[in-house]
Design a protein around this ligand. Structure first.
Ligand code: FMN
Length: 329
């Protein structure tokens, strides 16, 4: 169980914010499979304040899509405070601050992972946000550091966050310099956990219940955040819950179950994005469901040129790994 102010999470398992991935369709679908808490993708504090149309679109939600957190990216303390107050007024259950994004467009402007090396700025942002928010928990999601993989920078920032009244932190066990290469360092996450009393949520490379148990046992974290492991795999939430409760895993989903789930995902994308945008989005996500399935690259090629959503649906319905193997032989 993970308790953050009035928010109690039974499983302590959280879906991370992921740009272009954790949209409304994804979240509603994953909730049907046991996802307890989700995030929108990050939104720029300045765009939220200016009521930028694209940002409002990203923040679209429904009553069934709860509990839900919003993550802010930015570096001006006043803007971060003002945006956090807006997040609360809009009815979100938690506000998170992004101190991990390595993308030059963000970090180059002094936001995201750039703040990891700037404790003075970090303190000003945390202070402004904690002051601006009345009831909901404030959390910070960070990497281990900019270059130094020891976790020293994360420890410094985590202590500042704690002093400022932040309710919990999430640590992705990689530095900004590492990007997504190598393995997330669970021992370094453990060093951050040891340095503070507020809850620490571990993140990085959790692709199964087994990985979650290893992260929990190695780092002693209070919660688990999954990122890429949830894409095309909503079964992971139950798998993790069972592994953490030391229950045996459920059988793997069958190919047919994966296909049916993708078709449900497609219908939800159509409902919320409309046919045209759903078609473009589905080009990315259709293959999430068929990782390592024989014939998936040919399938991807066909899906990428499908001119209509109905054609894409037909391709998914007709995709068979067996037929792909036969065609190759
Ligand atoms: C496509 C993509 C988009 C992401 N978008 C965000 C984001 O908006 N905010 C954020 O804090 N992290 C973002 N991340 C990082 C993930 O939330 C997560 O921290 C990272 O992928 C490590 O976890 P994993 O190994 O479980 O995927 C993104 C990662 C990917 C691959």
């Amino acid at each position: 169980m993970l308790k953050l102010k009035s928010l109690t999470l039974k499983s302590g398992v959280i879906q991370s914010p992921m740009a272009g991935c954790t949209d409304l369709a994804y979240r509603l679908l994953s909730r049907c499979y046991g996802m307890e808490f989700a995030f929108l993708e990050m939104v720029a504090a300045e765009s939220l304040i200016r009521e930028h149309e694209g940002t409002q679109e990203l923040m679209k939600t429904l009553p069934a899509d709860k509990p839900l957190g919003a993550q802010l990216v930015g570096c001006r303390p006043e803007a971060m405070g003002e945006a956090a107050a807006k997040v609360e007024a809009l009815g979100f259950d938690l506000v998170d601050l992004n101190l991990g994004c390595p993308v030059p467009k963000i970090a180059g402007k002094g936001a995201g992972s750039a703040i990891l090396a700037r404790p003075v700025e970090a303190k000003a942002i945390f202070t402004a946000v904690v002051k601006a928010v009345k009831k909901i928990p404030v959390t910070v999601k960070m990497r281990l550091g900019v270059q130094d993989p020891s976790g020293h920078e994360a420890v410094t920032i985590a202590r500042i966050a704690e002093e400022c009244g932040v309710d919990a932190i999430t640590v992705h066990g990689r530095t900004r310099a590492q990007g997504y290469s190598g393995n997330a360092d669970y021992e370094a996450i453990g060093r951050v956990k040891q340095a503070v009393k507020i809850p620490v949520i571990g993140n990085g490379d959790v692709l199964s219940g087994k990985d979650a148990a290893r992260l929990k046992n190695t780092a002693g974290v209070d919660g688990i955040m999954i990122g890429r492991g949830g894409l095309g795999n909503p079964w992971i939430f139950k798998d993790i819950e069972r592994a953490l409760a030391e229950k045996p895993p459920l059988p793997e989903p069958t190919f047919q179950e994966k296909k049916e789930t993708l078709l449900r995902h497609l219908e939800l994308e159509k409902e919320f994005r409309g046919e045209k945008m759903a078609l473009l989005h589905l080009r990315r996500i259709a293959c999430w469901y068929f990782k390592n399935v024989p014939g998936v690259s040919e399938f991807k090629g066909r899906v990428n040129i499908a001119p209509e959503l109905s054609e894409m649906k037909r391709l998914i319905e007709e995709f068979s790994p067996l037929a792909a193997v036969e065609a190759q032989s």
